[in-house]
Design a protein around this ligand. Structure first.
Ligand code: AMP
Length: 397
């Protein structure tokens, strides 16, 4: 067990908090979605209410190791200040004499935000001198940035070598509770649904989940590489030719171990990759030569929904089709609705980050499932059975 923010009193102490303030900005640098700031409030408030000093650090976008105004965190300091209802001081760097001075001037209950960590290339390089300078700003390290925990950067892993204790914030703890505890020790039946464009990047997830779940449902673009491995005609559907053998191996392994992998039994095909395309539903073994698969079909939706509703633990990562185009969003939306219904019946339902999180938000069902992960990459690593460097580095209880 890792230490969490509840194990520490921050009274009179400086908390160096790694948050994820990587928020979307428009061309005028207005924040278009402040969810990530709002979600970090419980951790920040706990430090301030304890009578501690909160020193916040984050990255924003990809400034490539140099200062760039369009990636400044200044607008975030302003938004945070109005959300907290108190001033948040902003400093124009994250290390150096000005930062030291600003931190030294803090009083208990004060909050300060440092400039974008990625204005220094040392952040992603996990440079030890840079990490040491960050660590010197605090007495306790709090990591609340799940979305970057799969990367060993200076602000996620490097600092932990120079500062103790290192604890998980509330958001991080919630992610670990769901993606770690619930899926590590699932109440059965346990069903996983995987989709998205490609097998590459998800093969570890497929292999790891295969050994744990009662059923693995596969949709999205990756289904066609599996079809190909079964010798089916896939027309102009998305294909990862170099992954056909791997897909075949997965299916053989599953057959040997009696693992239930369910592939779609029908799909929606279109005559071109466009929202206005002509489309129709066909059985899996009848994809016309010059059409392409865009979504799972209605019979598959029934099959998948049935499996989801029987489950007590469900994890979902990746859309079932090209959900950005309305005619091909039905499979993804049906899965989202089924997760919501399973949740109402008492199942634990977990949505991995990225596109499935976007899809569940678009369906307005975010709060109808047990947990929507804030970290696409990090949740995939955990589902793939890997440890996250930013979590491993936290202090044991
Ligand atoms: P990923 O990033 O691997 O989770 O993939 C997400 C993307 O997969 C989305 O942009 C979907 O549009 C895309 N996708 C899902 N199904 C298909 C399909 N049948 N053909 C092409 N792309 C797809």
């Amino acid at each position: 067990m890792k230490m969490t923010i509840d194990d520490v009193s921050f009274r009179g102490r400086r908390a160096l908090i790694r948050v994820d303030f990587n928020v979307p900005l428009d061309s005028q640098r207005n924040i278009t979605d402040d969810t990530r700031i709002v979600e970090s409030l419980p951790t920040i408030k706990k430090v301030l209410n304890d009578g501690g000093r909160a020193i916040l650090m984050s990255h924003l976008g990809r400034p490539k190791g140099k200062p760039a105004q369009e990636f400044s965190l200044k607008p975030v300091a302003e938004r945070l200040s109005s959300l907290l209802g108190k001033p948040v001081r902003f400093v124009r760097d994250c290390i150096g004499p000005d930062v030291r001075q600003a931190v030294d001037a803090m009083k208990d209950g004060d909050c300060l935000l440092l400039e974008n960590l990625r204005f220094h290339k040392e952040e992603e390089a996990n440079d030890q001198e840079f990490a040491r300078q960050l660590a010197a700003l605090g007495d306790v390290f709090v990591n609340d940035a799940f979305g970057t925990a799969h990367r060993a950067h200076a602000s996620t892993e490097g600092v932990t070598r120079y500062l103790k204790p290192c604890v998980a914030g509330f958001l991080m703890r919630k992610e670990l509770d769901y993606l770690g505890r619930a899926l590590g020790n699932p109440i059965r039946p346990y069903v996983a649904i995987l989709g998205g464009a490609k097998i590459s990047g998800k093969i570890d997830v497929i292999m790891n989940l295969m050994a744990k779940v009662d059923a693995l449902l596969i949709g999205g673009g990756m289904m066609f590489t599996f079809y190909k491995a079964q010798g089916k005609q896939i027309g102009k559907s998305l294909l990862e030719a170099e992954k056909v053998d791997l897909a075949g191996t997965v299916l053989n392994e599953a057959a040997k171990k009696n693992t239930r992998i369910l592939l779609p039994i029908d799909c929606i095909v279109a005559d071109r990759f466009e929202e206005q395309a002509q489309w129709k539903s066909v059985p899996a073994d009848a994809i016309p030569g010059d059409w392409m698969g865009m979504d799972i079909g209605p019979q598959t939706i029934n099959l998948f929904v049935g499996e989801i509703l029987k489950a007590k633990t469900v994890v979902w990562n990746g859309p079932m089709g090209v959900f950005e185009m309305k005619p091909f969003a039905e499979g993804t939306n049906a899965v989202a609705r089924a997760l919501a219904e399973a949740t109402r019946s008492g199942a634990t339902t977990i949505v991995g980050g990225g596109d499935s999180a976007a899809a569940i938000a678009a369906a307005g069902l975010q709060s109808a499932v047990s947990h929507v992960s804030t970290g696409g990459g990090a949740s995939l690593e955990l589902l793939g059975g890997k440890a996250l460097p930013g979590v491993e580095a936290l202090t044991e209880k």
